[in-house]
Design a protein around this ligand. Structure first.
Ligand code: 5GP
Length: 189
């Protein structure tokens, strides 16, 4: 998505060879028009898949997932991230490491919000190692719902997340693919 690439070049900064700071676009501030454009693009790519719900993980996935759900005319479910040792009997939960925070958190989704009749589109902001995505995919599998695929705004292809999920036979669509952050430069694929 050319518009998103351009905005990343103008507004992102490189924190390290692994991490891109996207606070002005995805993680701290949101541009509603650009976010709606991303939502419309995901809705277009997954048109005809019979999506019944969009699903994401709080918090940075929510705006893009909302834009996608609004365009498709379906509800949005967001997995909560909790730091708790208490299992909730009414929720699916999966423990996942957090790429940016260096801690583990539990993803939780109420059992009442997912059913085997659902066809889900999973939308997220950034994929790195894919730990968060793999956790949510395990929850989706346990619920019996069908996963139509993943829509990711920014895929860092020098990290393995997107590839590992495609290797599971799951469709992954990314709007922008970043091949490297080396030498202080953002290199798109
Ligand atoms: P993963 O579980 O795929 O390793 O990491 C996914 C999550 O970590 C993303 O949803 C995002 O919030 C955060 N993350 C991973 N890489 C980056 C990055 O380069 N920049 C920012 N801002 N967040 C990242």
């Amino acid at each position: 998505m050319e518009q998103l690439k351009q905005r990343i070049l103008e507004e992102a900064s490189i924190l390290s060879t692994d991490v891109l700071k996207l606070d002005r676009l995805l993680n701290h501030q949101v541009d509603p028009e650009l976010t709606m454009e991303m939502g419309r693009e995901f809705a277009r790519r997954f048109e005809g898949e019979g999506i019944t719900k969009v699903i994401t993980i709080e918090s940075s996935g929510i705006p893009i997932a909302f834009a996608t759900a609004l365009t498709l005319g379906v509800p949005l479910v967001f997995a909560r991230r909790k730091k708790t040792l208490l299992a909730e009997p009414d929720a699916y939960s999966e423990r996942v490491p957090s790429f940016t925070k260096g801690i583990v958190t539990d993803l939780m989704v109420s059992r009442q919000l997912l059913s085997p009749d659902d066809v889900l589109l999973y939308i997220d902001d950034i994929i790195a190692n894919g730990d968060a995505a793999k956790g949510l995919i395990r929850i989706i599998e346990r619920s019996g719902a069908k996963l139509a695929g993943l829509g990711i705004a920014v895929e860092k292809t020098f990290q393995p997340g997107g590839r590992l999920i495609r290797e599971q036979g799951i469709r992954v669509e990314s709007l922008v693919r970043i091949a490297s952050l080396a030498d202080g430069k953002i290199a798109f694929e």
